[in-house]
Every structure is written in C-alpha cells, then in structure tokens.
Design a protein around this ligand. Structure first.
Ligand SMILES: [Fe+2]
Ligand SMILES: [Fe+2]
Length: 173
C-alpha cells in the first residue's frame, strides 16, 4: 500500500515537472522566436498582408506568422538555422494582393507558381536576405513549382510547414 502511494506520488511529481519544463520551453522559445522576426513582423509593408485573405478565415499575415513559428520550432529542434527559417517564413507569401480575385484582375492564372517570385521581389526590396531565406521564399511551393525545389534543409521544412498550416487554416472555415 505504502509502495503504491509512493509510486503514485512520484509519478504525479514527474508529470508536473515535465509539464512545467514544457511550459518554460514553450514560453522561452516563443520569446526567442518573436525576437528573430520582430523587425519584419512590425514592418509597415509586411503589416499590409493583414489586408489580404488567404486560407479560410486566415489572412496572409497570420498564415506567414504560423509558418514562421513552425519553421522556427522545427529548425531549432533539429539544430538548423532557426532564425533564417523563421524570417524566411514570415516573408514567404509577401505577394501583396488578394489571390482569390487576382486571376480575374490581371489574367495571371498561375498564382500558385508565380507568387514565390513576387514575394521574393518584395522581400529583397525591404530586407537583407541570406541564401536560406531566399530558398525558403522562392521554393516553398514545391512540388507545384516542379523544377524550383529547395536547396536547403530549412527550405524543405518550409514546403511541409506551409502545407501543414495551409491545410489547418483551410479546415477551420
Ligand atoms: Fe505561398
Ligand atoms: Fe504559404
């Protein structure tokens, strides 16, 4: 009886400690994440993404923030360049138009293939990009973009986080 009670107490303590470590980690990583993207997330051009709807009820800004966060967490976990992955993620859909009406307005029926180049053009105009950030932005749509595939691990991770976030956002209509 005593052994059982001791075992239960130890298990409860262990669970509580694990929960606390997880909460600390989440808070610390969240703060570190925002520190990495703060200048981008608060830039007036980037804030304009809030005007454009993206998946479901999510606008472009929210979607980029989601992708940037998952990029950061995954890349930090795998000891990759989490900062570049987060910054690239925050800029990867900086195309600055409503893609739902884009084809009717411009005749461009290939938004899925053309918007990474558009986002890259805007991003490099306002921010200094390293080769990982360029890769994340230019190649995030693979396999839609066929021969434009990622050259970095952070770029490959973005092809997954982008689709994961897009699917979740769309399903929460
Ligand atoms: Fe995109
Ligand atoms: Fe995206």
């Amino acid at each position: 009886m005593f052994i059982m009670r001791l075992k239960n107490k130890l298990l409860t303590n262990l669970r509580r400690e694990t929960k606390e470590v997880k909460q600390d980690l989440r808070r610390d990583w969240g703060e570190d994440f925002y520190e990495c993207i703060k200048d981008i997330a608060e830039h007036p051009v980037v804030l304009r993404m809030k005007l454009y709807p993206h998946h479901g009820h999510t606008n472009c800004y929210q979607h980029c923030l989601h992708v940037a966060y998952y990029n950061y967490v995954l890349c930090r976990f795998f000891q990759l360049d989490a900062r570049s992955a987060a910054r690239g993620g925050m800029l990867h859909d900086l195309f600055l138009y409503d893609w739902h009406t884009h084809a009717a307005r411009t005749g461009d029926h290939f938004h899925g293939m053309t918007h990474p180049a558009c986002a890259h053009k805007h991003a490099k105009k306002f921010f200094e990009l390293n080769h990982i950030q360029e890769d994340v932005i230019k190649n995030h749509m693979w396999p839609v973009t066929l021969f434009h595939f990622p050259r970095t691990k952070e770029g490959w991770i973005t092809t997954l986080t982008d689709k994961y976030c897009g699917t979740l956002e769309t399903s929460q209509r």
